[in-house]
Design a protein. Structure first.
Length: 53
């Protein structure tokens, strides 16, 4: 099960979507990101490793 996380992206970007991208991440990969906030659970695959079990 993945969750949506609001992460720190390119902070110099004026676009919210690039500055704080919302990504579906698994537990293994989320540690590689700076998480701003945690969202809903999702069945989407992990954007990093593609886990979808
Ligand atoms: Zn992953």
């Amino acid at each position: 099960m993945r969750k949506f996380y609001t992460t720190e992206g390119n902070r110099s970007s004026k676009k919210q979507k690039e500055a704080y991208p919302v990504l579906a991440l698994c537990e293994n990969c989320v540690g590689q990101y700076t998480v701003i906030s945690e969202g809903e659970r999702t069945y989407d695959e992990c954007v990093k490793c593609g886990a979808d079990d």
